[in-house]
Design a protein around this ligand. Structure first.
Ligand SMILES: Nc1ncnc2c1ncn2[C@@H]1O[C@H](COP(=O)(O)OP(=O)(O)OP(=O)(O)O)[C@@H](O)[C@H]1O
Length: 555
């Protein structure tokens, strides 16, 4: 194991060869069907291919009079094996394309699920572009390796052994000469893997950087236009891409050189084999058919040997990809054993709560005690950076207090908030949170079974009756990030969506910042009229205090 580790130079990797292989083994088990079918087709191809060699040898020998039999039947047999090879080729394409995309989708779903369940520490650890790059490219590399490369290696090894055994029977000396070069190749592949691994890591890292920049630029196109920094962004992209190009160039140069050396070795081997068999033919110790079969077998030994050496870069690529996916998987997971609904109205009580971000020195929240009583409306005020959003994240159990406790309670019970309590909250964050689709699809995100009437009522409570007056009503198209609607319209639809979710504690993080004071007042009156909701409302407007039951000022 130490030797393999040394060869693969994994010391710098956070994972051992054992961990990486274990992870790949689990990935293989998840894609058993495709791997098994690929292996079966591969092995059948080997059998057909060797049988074809025998059929050609037989046909030539019959034609040359070295063997008895019907030439027509012999050629018919050759045609049969060729047809089998075509059939297996078609099966391979189907398995690759149909089952391949299924296996890839399945792995992406699993990775995305883990990602969504991972703990959120106030800031994403990886750039979204980097995450997407890993989910797309690294998943594809792993799936191709476990479902195609590995089963393929099995048939390559079978082809090598079968052809070698056949050749050994025909000419032992030549069979041994043909494979004698293999140890030299194995030694060369050691140097190759070491260098290639380093180059591949660099390429993948630069590729992620390019994708991150592209994604962020497309997402913030409007901002970039208004800042008039288009050319700056394009030149940043160019320099990021030039790093990628440099790494790709280096890797390609290295790979071309290695292939050149490898192919020269194989060509030399073939010429030696040709000369050897031609001399034997001249001496009359080999028939024409024998020589043809012999050269085909040399080819059939060399081609799997060549394929086996090609496994080296595949291993390099898959170890790099597995490492990158394992990093994503290792993000700590939230313990979440299903939602724990609590009867409304509920309150939230904080006692001596402290919180400091991982990379911050001081407490953002320091010794905070407060009771958001059931059925009340509380305005949270404070200067920018005072910790208002942080407090909301603590209540939602997205982050945990470093000291003190936060409890959710009603008349009957009280418990420390956990991710399972998120089902008791609705949260409307800052900014435009509508997704592309229609007003209806956005509302249905919160309540998939909501009727037309439910949606119109929620829109009415959220002071968003304007939707009914739009030409397409609920079916009005919404672009990415709420495009096509004004900020205030989008905010009210987002609030209606939160109301449709219908949970007992409502958290608004400056969710009414784009509304005029009268609409904001009307909205709060609508929400609070039944007193069954506890509303926690972050605002920068002191006027809001007038219609709230209590105020929490953070400093
Ligand atoms: N993920 C994070 N990591 C480290 N520090 C953070 C993180 N998020 C916020 N902070 C810091 O915590 C402090 C409080 O931030 P928070 O977003 O809670 O303020 P806020 O009162 O909501 O501000 P605003 O009114 O501007 O939205 C700020 O000093 C901010 O720099």
């Amino acid at each position: 194991m130490k030797k393999i580790k040394e060869i693969l130079r994994l010391q710098k990797s956070p994972y051992s060869v054992g961990q990486l292989s274990g992870w790949l083994w689990r990935a293989l088990r998840g894609n058993r069907l495709q791997a098994a079918l690929n292996a079966a087709v591969g092995l059948a191809s080997v059998a057909v291919s060797l049988a074809a060699v025998w059929a050609v040898q037989r046909a030539i020998d019959i034609a040359a009079g070295a063997q008895q039999g019907s030439l027509y039947w012999a050629v018919g047999l050759m045609a049969l094996f060729t047809a089998c090879e075509f059939g297996l080729g078609i099966a391979r394409v189907w398995i690759k394309n149909i089952l391949g995309i299924k296996a890839q989708n399945h792995m992406q779903q699993q990775m995305l699920d883990r990602l969504l369940r991972s703990e959120w520490r106030g800031r994403e650890r990886y750039h979204s572009g980097d995450v997407i790059n890993r989910l797309e490219q690294d998943v594809a590399t792993v799936v191709t390796f476990v479902t195609e490369t590995l089963p393929g290696a099995l048939s390559v090894a079978a082809m090598f052994t079968g052809a070698f055994a056949y050749l050994l029977r025909m000419d032992a000396v030549l069979a041994i000469i043909t494979v004698a070069m293999l140890p030299v190749f194995m030694l060369a592949s050691r140097i190759y893997i070491t260098r290639m691994r380093k180059l591949t890591r660099r390429v993948r890292r630069s590729d992620s950087r390019v994708q991150s920049l592209l994604q962020e630029t497309v997402q913030n196109r409007m901002l970039i236009k208004t800042l008039e920094c288009d050319s700056h962004i394009v030149s940043r992209l160019d320099s990021t891409q030039s790093v990628l190009r440099r790494h790709v160039r280096r890797r390609t140069a290295f790979s071309v050189m290695s292939n050149l050396l490898l192919n020269s070795g194989f060509s030399l081997g073939y010429l030696v084999a040709f000369l050897w068999s031609a001399l034997r033919l001249q001496q009359g110790t080999l028939t024409f058919g024998g020589m043809t079969a012999f050269l085909q077998l040399v080819y059939r030994i060399q081609s799997p040997a060549r394929d086996l050496t090609r496994l080296a870069p595949a291993f390099v690529a898959v170890f790099t990809a597995a490492e990158r996916l394992m990093e994503l998987e290792e993000m700590p997971q939230e313990e979440h054993s299903g939602g724990k609904p609590m009867g409304a109205p509920c309150g939230v009580r904080l006692e001596g709560v402290n919180y400091a971000y991982d990379d911050g020195k001081d407490n953002v929240i320091d010794g905070l005690s407060f009771d958001f009583r059931p059925g009340t409306c509380t305005a949270i005020l404070g200067e920018t950076g005072a910790g208002k959003t942080t407090l909301i994240r603590l209540i939602l159990a997205l982050i945990r207090p470093t000291a003190g406790s936060i409890a959710i309670y009603n008349a009957d019970e009280s418990r420390e908030v956990s991710p399972a309590d998120r089902c008791n909250f609705v949260y409307v964050p800052q900014g435009n949170t509508l997704l592309s689709g229609t007003v209806r699809t956005n509302l249905r995100l919160a309540a998939p079974a909501a009727s037309e009437q439910d949606m119109l009522e929620a829109l009415h409570t959220a002071c968003a009756d304007f939707v009914e007056e739009l030409p397409d009503g609920l079916d009005t198209k919404v672009a990415e990030g709420g495009g096509g609607l004004s900020e205030g319209q989008a905010q009210r639809i987002a609030i209606a969506r939160a109301l449709l979710r219908g949970r007992s504690v409502m958290l608004f993080d400056e969710a009414t910042s784009a509304l005029d004071p009268a609409t904001e007042k009307q909205l709060l009156e609508n929400i609070l009229c039944n007193r069954d909701k506890t509303v926690i409302f972050i605002t920068h407007r002191p006027a809001v205090m007038d219609y709230c039951d209590q105020t929490l000022r953070l400093t």
